[in-house]
Ligand binder design. Structure first.
Ligand code: GAR
Length: 183
């Protein structure tokens, strides 16, 4: 299964996906960024073709050129236009740092999610892998991973602990999807 990884930030998720590709049976064909970010250097360091663009026609063409079967949003902080969601229906997945449908949608990304989770006195946190639809963070849920919130948790510690779960869940789901793909 050929994937494209979309990122906007540090790219620690991309790093995990690079390390796990052989064992999980997928291949990163392309890395797409919507802004200059450290994730680009990580991809370039592993000789993965990169594209820095906000033009969705250009991005769509590159996905086809690189024979991409699945788009993986890994800390990609831009809204996907609805025509791309429709064209790539059930072929875009996202990792989100909350137990959706809670704490999703506009403004809910990165540390802001865990700030909201702690503010609401939740007892558990976690992450979700889901298909991407035009409804932001509202697409069909594929899998979730949960952790208990500790009394001493701050947004930062909770975010770090959720990210550990993200880096286990996302490669595992990619492994499952690549098995289905090769059937
Ligand atoms: C990840 O925690 C991911 O769940 C989050 O951004 C982080 C990316 O980190 N995504 C969202 O909040 C999407 N709404 P990274 O740049 O180190 O991979």
């Amino acid at each position: 299964m050929n994937i494209a990884v979309f990122a906007s930030g540090t790219g620690s998720t991309l790093q995990t996906l690079i390390e796990q590709q052989e064992v999980q049976g997928y291949h990163i064909q392309l890395m797409v960024a919507n802004r200059d970010c450290p994730a680009i250097a990580r991809a370039k360091g592993k000789h993965i073709p990169t594209l820095l663009s906000t033009d969705w026609d250009v991005i769509d063409t590159a996905l086809h050129t690189h024979n991409v079967n699945l788009i993986v949003l890994a800390g990609f902080l831009a809204i996907i236009p609805s025509w791309i969601c429709e064209k790539w229906d059930k072929r875009i997945i996202n990792i989100h740092p909350s137990l959706l449908p809670k704490y999703g949608g506009k403004g809910m990304y990165g540390i802001h999610v865990q700030e909201a989770v702690l503010q609401a006195n939740e007892t558990e946190a976690g992450c979700t892998v889901h298909y991407v639809s035009a409804d932001v963070d509202g697409g069909e849920i594929i899998a979730q991973s949960r952790i208990e919130i500790l009394p001493e948790d701050t947004p930062h510690t909770l975010s770090q602990r959720v990210q550990v779960q993200e880096k286990k869940l996302l490669p595992r789901i990619l492994g499952e999807l690549s098995k289905q793909h090769s059937k």
